[in-house]
Design a protein around this ligand. Structure first.
Ligand SMILES: C[S@@+](CC[C@H](N)C(=O)[O-])C[C@H]1O[C@@H](n2cnc3c(N)ncnc32)[C@H](O)[C@@H]1O
Length: 220
């Protein structure tokens, strides 16, 4: 009986380890699609000065930074398998990056330490997105900017309805990702004004996942 129990536990551990390794790779592949890269390219090169990136993941934004404008870069990500790929991406390029293995909702960074906060395809999966945006505001200097490129809630009522219905199973399947976050509204309610904001359909695949929210926001 004991041996059978041990076998069951070890099989379960094996499965957990399998998913821990597979999920970051799947995220890396999907977020690395060229149509997704084209959206990052609209936002990330604007980051300047001391930059903090929330949800650094596997470092897919690294090639998009304008190195002549960036003084320092800190990538924030909790320990979920992605920092392993992130470290590999950092080692493979020139920009010096510090990886901070923390959650964006409660950062150890000092108030007013950043000129830019960059967040791409992560506001959908950060559990307490309101707290993370308040942290972004706290660490930004008075002239600082928030740069975001996210998928989120559609302005089309039927699509939005489907996004609300599908979010619970999707969250379960896709590491906590929400389909229905109204990114522009969340950014505004965290005390930012939107200097630039665009909400559009990617025109690729479904609007349920393809509705994009891109923008640059300043502290009010
Ligand atoms: C879909 S991936 C996007 C990764 C990357 N930003 C990109 O554009 O490819 C979402 C990322 O958010 C990260 N994340 C989830 N919860 C977080 C939190 N509380 N704080 C910071 N990052 C978080 C995940 O670990 C993951 O790296």
């Amino acid at each position: 009986m004991m041996t059978q129990d041990k076998k069951a536990v070890s099989c379960c551990e094996h499965k957990v380890r399998f998913w821990e390794r597979l999920t970051p790779r799947a995220v890396d592949v999907v977020c690395g699609l060229s149509i997704v890269s084209q959206q990052r390219q609209k936002i990330v090169p604007h980051a300047f000065g001391d930059v903090v990136e929330f949800g650094f993941g596997s470092g897919l934004n690294l090639p998009h930074y304008d190195q002549s404008k960036v003084r320092s870069l800190i990538g924030v990500n909790p320990q979920d398998g992605l920092p392993r790929l992130g470290r590999r991406a950092i080692a493979a390029q020139d920009l010096s990056v510090d990886l901070l293995v923390e959650s964006a909702e409660a950062l150890s960074l000092e108030t007013g330490c950043a000129d830019s906060v960059v967040v791409t395809y992560s506001l959908c999966s950060i559990p307490d997105v309101e707290a993370a945006l308040l942290e972004a505001r706290r660490i930004l200097r008075p002239h600082g900017k928030l740069f975001f490129c996210e998928h989120g809630l559609s302005p089309k009522p039927f699509v939005a309805h489907m996004q609300h219905r599908l979010t619970p199973p999707w969250r379960w399947m896709a590491s906590g990702c929400h389909l229905n976050r109204d990114v522009g509204a969340l950014v505004r309610s965290a005390g930012f004004c939107l200097d630039q904001y665009d909400c559009y359909d990617l025109g690729f695949g479904s609007r349920i996942l393809g509705t994009h929210h891109l923008g640059i926001a300043s502290k009010i």
